[in-house]
Design a protein. Structure first.
Length: 626
């Protein structure tokens, strides 16, 4: 049955019958006391109008296809009617072949039928994705008939309407999620850095670009376009995921907008024939070679994102063409440390010297990177350099001190790194510095804490006190002069704790008495703390603004000497791997009277605390945990 016939012989009579039935019902029940029946009438009518709308769209699509097919057929008539040379016939047949191929692509599922304004507006439920859509349907997407029905049903229309109602910034930010495999847990930080790199979020007079990105991320959660992933009882959100239906809707939109290219099963691909963004997937080298054969140029690429490739192989010459690239995410975009990525060599990085527009370079978690080439210093617009957990990294090139636009530098968990090059103090835009090494070699190569005092915009700093401690007594006193610092993490090398008789251990312990902290700190995270008691510099009177205090590992065994304890204003306290710590619940509550959240993990002598199975205690009046 054709669509026109279905409309004339089925849908229209059905709507007339439905109208008569409702009229009869209203006559029988003038008071309309049977509200459930009335609601059912309204819902059935709405669904019927949606069916009518779909049939109209399919009918219009069918007419377009038939008309275009007729146009192609007329090309053949011309060939038969004219006496032409073989070259002319071949040329016309090539046109027919191209048009036929294009027509066939338009008939592949999902069918992009034209949009016709529905006669009855679709009702949009804000909670629809989480409550009404079954989560276990994802395995059915490969069945094309199921996909066609889903794409045309009212739920998918509502998801599309939810997307259409977003502002342009949120739409573009959300489309970035379309490339991730189903059921992926996606890092919030990776997404925000991507958005910054592409310019989808930017700093304002009152907010950094990172804060603007966090606001966008939170708005997408509130609008239920992405789902937050919580770790145990913490309200902090550092990861998210997509519902399968929303993912499918985004793939459809992203493909149509040529934001990315996807294969027939909805997987992101390297194909750059119609887009400025490409994804690295397994066996990426073969895809890149195929693109070369097709003469697909890479000089217009803006973003390259590594979705699931573990073994990166690139030619240096190939990177020389990436003159417009702004985002190069080769490393991890999630928090799965077991996910291994490695490179053959780092020569390809030298090819980036012409990529003057590059703003975000991520090599996070990639093995076999021992050093960065000096050419990195030519990336004059680079804002974010992420080298976190590059475990083979031994040295940073001094040329990074030329990166005047750099706002984020992360070399944390690069345990072979013995220092940061001198000149970091010249990077006046730096806001986040993770993995700053203290106590390494005394050579003039290494940067000292005093240099960081020049960084007026630095608000987040993590430092690592290495096992080869070689600093003066005043080295750590300089920390208090970094006035803008709000978050500080200090990690002591584990070997300092185990080699108690070693002279290095005594030096490290001596540093505990000379350490001074910035007065405006809001968060302090101490890892493998070598002291047994709270030092004098760690007191409430010196840290009036401190709201978050974390201890992970170390030798701490008490919060006080038994006398009247000083009272902290700390609201969030995390205690992990502190097997020597002994403190009564009442004493802890007296010491931290404003506590709203406490986490205790593997602290064997704190078992009597009133924590739940996750080691969490929460005040009933707590407002927020981060």
């Amino acid at each position: 049955m054709s669509q026109e016939r279905a409309l004339d012989e089925v849908v229209s009579p059905f709507l007339m019958q439905l109208s008569k039935a409702r009229h009869v019902f209203l006559k029988l029940d003038e008071d309309s006391s049977f509200l459930d029946i009335k609601d059912l009438f309204q819902n059935i009518e709405k669904e019927a109008h949606e069916v009518e709308n779909i049939l109209k769209r399919v009918s219009s699509w069918e007419n377009d296809i038939i008309n275009d097919f007729g146009g192609i057929a007329r090309h053949l008539d011309d060939i038969l009617e004219e006496e032409t040379h073989l070259n002319s016939i071949c040329s016309k047949l090539q046109i027919v072949n191209a048009e036929m191929s294009n027509l066939k692509d338009r008939m592949k599922l999902p069918l992009h039928v034209p949009v016709i304004k529905p006669s009855v507006p679709a009702l949009l439920s804000a909670s629809l994705p989480a409550k009404l859509v079954p989560a276990n349907v994802s395995g059915q997407w490969k069945r094309l008939e199921i996909e066609r029905k889903i794409l045309e049903n009212s739920t998918m229309s509502n998801l599309q309407l939810s997307y259409d109602n977003l502002d342009l910034q949120l739409k573009l930010c959300l489309l970035c999620f379309s490339i991730f495999p189903e059921n992926s847990i996606i890092s919030k930080k990776a997404m925000i850095h991507w958005w910054i790199g592409e310019g989808l979020v930017a700093a304002t007079r009152n907010q950094t670009a990172e804060h603007v990105g966090k606001d966008c991320f939170d708005k997408l959660i509130v609008k239920e376009m992405i789902e937050p992933v919580h770790v145990k009882r913490s309200c902090s959100v550092s990861q998210c995921k997509l519902h399968p239906w929303i993912r499918r809707m985004l793939i459809t939109v992203a493909r149509k907008a040529q934001f990315f290219e996807f294969d027939s099963e909805g997987n992101a691909t390297w194909d750059i024939s119609g887009t400025h963004r490409a994804c690295l997937v397994e066996e990426h080298k073969r895809e890149i070679e195929t693109a070369k054969v097709k003469n697909q140029s890479t000089d217009g690429l803006l973003t390259i994102f590594n979705v699931n490739e573990r073994y990166l192989q690139f030619d240096k010459s190939w990177f020389l063409d990436l003159r417009k690239i702004v985002v190069l995410q080769l490393g991890r975009w999630h928090n799965l440390y077991r996910h291994h990525i490695e490179v053959d060599n780092t020569e390809f990085l030298e090819g980036l010297q012409l990529s003057k527009q590059l703003k975000y370079l991520c090599l996070r978690g990639i093995s076999r990177i021992t050093a960065l080439p000096a050419s990195i210093g030519k990336l004059s617009n680079l804002m974010i350099l992420d080298l976190h957990a590059c475990h083979n990294l031994e040295s940073l090139t001094e040329s990074i001190t030329s990166l005047q636009m750099l706002t984020h530098l992360d070399v944390s968990e690069c345990y072979l790194l013995e220092g940061i090059p001198r000149g970091i103090g010249l990077l006046t835009e730096l806001q986040v510095l993770k993995g700053f090494v203290i106590g390494g070699s005394t050579s003039n190569y290494n940067c000292r804490v005093a240099e960081l005092v020049r960084l007026e915009k630095l608000n987040k700093l993590s430092i690592y006190i290495g096992s080869k401690v070689a600093v003066t007594g005043d080295e750590l006193n300089e920390l208090e002069n970094i006035k803008g610092l709000r978050s500080l993490t200090i990690t002591w090398a584990v070997s300092v704790l185990t080699k108690v008789k070693d002279q290095q251990a005594s030096v490290a312990t001596a540093m505990l008495t000379s350490l001074s902290l910035p007065p405006n700190l809001q968060k302090l995270d101490l890892r493998c703390f070598p002291g047994r008691k709270m030092p004098s510099w760690l007191s409430p009177s010196k840290l009036l603004g401190l709201k978050k205090l974390y201890f992970t590992g170390g030798m701490l065994n008490t919060f006080g000497d038994g006398s009247m304890p000083e009272m902290w204003k700390v609201e969030i306290l995390r205690l992990k791997f502190l097997n020597d710590l002994e403190v009564e619940w009442t004493q802890l509550h007296e010491t931290f009277p404003n506590l709203t959240f406490l986490q205790v993990f593997r602290c064997s002598k704190l078992e009597s605390f009133p924590c739940d199975k996750d080691g969490v205690w929460m005040n009933c009046d707590k407002q927020e945990v981060r």
